[in-house]
Design a protein around this ligand. Sequence first.
Ligand SMILES: CC(C)(COP(=O)(O)OP(=O)(O)OC[C@H]1O[C@@H](n2cnc3c(N)ncnc32)[C@H](O)[C@@H]1OP(=O)(O)O)[C@@H](O)C(=O)NCCC(=O)NCCS
Length: 156
Amino acid sequence: MSAHLTFRAAVPADYDAMVAVVDTWWGRPIAGALQRVFLDHFSRTSLVAERSVDGEPVQLAGFLVGFPSAADAEQAYIHFVGVDPALRGSGLGRVLYKQFFDLMRSQGRTVVHAVTSPVNTGSIAFHQALGFSAGEPVVDYDGPGADRVVFTRSLS
Ligand SMILES: CC(C)(COP(=O)(O)OP(=O)(O)OC[C@H]1O[C@@H](n2cnc3c(N)ncnc32)[C@H](O)[C@@H]1OP(=O)(O)O)[C@@H](O)C(=O)NCCC(=O)NCCS
């Protein structure tokens, strides 16, 4: 038996597989922040990693939902990244980010942003390992009680 990972651009139909796993993968209710609109309108710049094992259905291994900013021609934004807990720590998140960075560079983008909840210390460590700077938590960033850490990384 052999297993391997493949990578591709997302399509809108990937939404259902993503939203089905996010609460489990994040370890808390988070599905409300991943609405279908993100796959319907930003799938071409979002990424899917799939795990295939001989004789078994292909499974979602990881994904990244990101897009170029419509407000600033220099910027890009990563809204969600998730890796199957069984596959963490093996570089899959880093590969998804590298692919997104390359895609955004090819579209002339020079800066990538992302945000996370201050309680998500794993996400903060991951982004710092990927070269992002992390600001101090911004109080009420996403509305009352929704503090966020803002990440910034140059693509140059
Ligand atoms: C964050 C997440 C995507 C990382 O995926 P991953 O495939 O395990 O990450 P990688 O193996 O590519 O790790 C890349 C680097 O980040 C570091 N890192 C990743 N997760 C970490 C953690 N929880 N704590 C400390 N460092 C971490 C790794 O040590 C590695 O650093 P190195 O290359 O310098 O050794 C994954 O843990 C996840 O899906 N978490 C739940 C969802 C989430 O919180 N997403 C982010 C907010 S949208």
